[in-house]
Design a protein. Structure first.
Lengths: 353, 353
DNA sequence: TCATTTTTCGTGTACGTTAACGAATAAATT
DNA sequence: AATTTATTCGTTAACGTACACGAAAAATGA
């Protein structure tokens, strides 16, 4: 009843009701200086009563304000193509909001090189950006970067992995613990009778281990909570070359044999390759991410399950969160956990990242 | 190099280059009448050369044009809550585009009552809408409705099920054939040795059978193409009451026993209920859709697999397609097949519709 | 009290597009 | 040729907000 002219309330109407000019109304709307407390209160009251919603189109048209976002994620390497997907999500979001005067420029770093992270971070700091999206893979370097952002009052979001205890706008990515927990669940499903399981961590930089360790924790806790009688071993491989992985695996597998192998990241295809070359067929293999190499081994039946957590959407929602915060001023969910998708040879054809 | 003032090309610039006024440019942009072929060609050429992109904000601000979309989908009933999800997608989309001057109003019909479809369709026809989204469940009634839309030149999209051979803007939903094919694949996975399989169609209205039949076709073809030696039976149940379903199932199961039962729609929970009440435990059960009842039986281990095809996204993308077509004038993919998600007791907790 | 500074506010133009109105020109009719 | 009718085009005022500029009012200083 009361909203018959809904959407048509503008600064003009507010100004009329408050006996001031639209200029004054504009000042309190954008809380600029130069208006007395009394009239400011009066205008705010009217704005609230009318439930005034500014016309985003007129606003955008009249404003020549431009925002710039920076993104900092690992570059795609021949080691893993995982980061293609988040980058694509970033680009998609960038395309959707470019009409709104937002430019997003992408920076990269080498996962095996902390210096490259620092270099790119420095460029961003110097670039005068209004928002930052980052994959905070290196604890120390990320913290330094974050502090600089805080100093400059630049909001930043984390994707893919989290560093708790910082005032990031939000975290978008997997719930690592849950992810490991689910993996254990699947392992249990694959071989209900408690069998021998091997956890394989493959990563060069020790920092990334926080990431993997959290998964491992979830994995172990599942068995503790359910049937505590599973026999779990673990191996850390800190060189990503095939030769080295091969050697480490051979070493481990000569000591004992396993029913299930759980690789805590996307490097599972390397293990699959090893299995194939060594004619290992009766071991169930679980790993991470919808990558071409992994899918190949899924088809081969060498890999049994892949877990995937919408990497593209992580990138997309990451920059969108910055946009929502900076432009729309909407409140942002602090922790946005991705769904945990299970990919098998039954459904991989229909999966979309 | 050449695009240094990118984004700043407007009608004004075009008009200047063409030695005409902005009014004339506007006329060819909105292809209105009243401009000679010669100047029209000249202006179009310049527009193309400059790769002119109209400023959507200025456009929206200046235009008082409002569009109205109508949606026609089944109402949620106590029989099935499936259609809650598409409706939610519709509402989400409606909310996102309401600022762009688009109102979407929802109409409903009873899946067991063709008259209700006709009634709602008539209201839409009389409503003077600019676009229609519909779930064309009843062939004949839908065709009549469609013809009226064609007459009024109202674009319409199909979701959830298709009626081929009409000039619908697009179809958004499952690839039914593929969906059945995948189900067979899973069945094969559940019991690799060829075993006895029962297909169960449960639906009151015979029209809906086109929908189910296509799934069945995919299902059967899988076995023909792979190992043709599967023993497949089928039962059609045309009353949706539990009593009736119970009777039919008892009848069928007394004649023979089965290893796998494949229910071609979301009514699988009814079969699960029957299984539980009759202590049938060694039969694998596959069905459709992420509904509360179904999930319950998934947890119980009565249902083994559920197939789900993003019902919410169907609704969302359906109205978005109308928007893209009518407002943005982008070209629309004619057939938009949803991914085929497989839900098990391992991953249902993490599924998002 | 008068001059000066500061605070508070109104006016006007711009953003790029739409669309109504009417002017100019061309074509058709008498 | 004069008049009417169509066709083609230019001008202009919106749309609602941002922001620069300057005027008026108030506060401060002498």
């Amino acid at each position: 009843m009361e909203k018959k002219n809904s959407g048509t309330v503008g600064v003009k109407e507010i100004a009329r009701l408050a006996n001031v000019s639209i200029g004054t109304v504009d000042r309190v709307l954008n809380n600029r200086v130069g208006v007395s407390e009394k009239t400011k209160a009066k205008i705010l009251k009217i704005i609230k009563e009318l439930d005034y919603q500014p016309n985003i189109f007129a606003r955008r048209l009249a404003s020549k304000k431009k925002l710039r976002f920076a993104t900092l994620v690992p570059q795609v390497s021949e080691e893993t193509t995982y980061w293609e997907a988040p980058l694509q999500g970033i680009k998609q979001a960038a395309n959707e909001i470019k009409d709104f005067g937002i430019e997003v420029v992408s920076y990269f770093f080498d996962q095996n090189n902390k210096e490259s992270f620092k270099t790119s971070a420095a460029k961003i700091v110097a670039g005068g950006f209004d928002g930052v999206l980052m994959a905070p893979m290196f604890d120390e370097e990320s913290t330094v970067f974050i502090e600089e952002c805080n100093l400059q009052k630049i909001p930043f979001v984390f994707i893919n992995s989290d560093i708790p205890g910082h005032n990031n706008l939000c975290y978008i990515g997997p719930n690592l613990y849950q992810s490991g927990y689910l993996s254990a669940h699947i392992v249990n499903y694959l071989s209900p009778a408690s069998k021998k399981t091997l956890i394989v961590n493959i990563s060069k930089e020790i920092d990334l281990h926080h990431h993997l360790l959290r998964k491992e924790e979830g994995f172990r806790n599942y068995f503790e909570e359910n049937n505590g009688i599973n026999d779990i071993s673990k191996i850390d491989i800190q060189q990503t070359s095939y030769a080295h992985i091969q050697q480490k695996l051979s070493e481990q597998l000569s000591k004992s044999s396993y029913d299930v192998v759980f690789v805590t990241n996307s490097r599972v295809s390397t293990v699959a390759k090893y299995f194939e070359e060594h004619q290992i067929k009766d071991v169930k293999l679980i790993g991470y991410d919808f990558l071409e190499d992994n899918i190949l081994h899924l088809k081969n039946r060498t890999i049994d399950f892949l877990i995937c957590q919408k990497p593209q959407e992580q990138g997309y929602r990451g920059v969108m969160s910055l946009y929502d915060h900076l432009v729309l001023h909407t409140s942002i969910e602090k922790e946005q956990f991705m769904p945990i998708d299970i990919i098998t040879r039954e459904n991989y054809q229909y999966y979309s990242n």
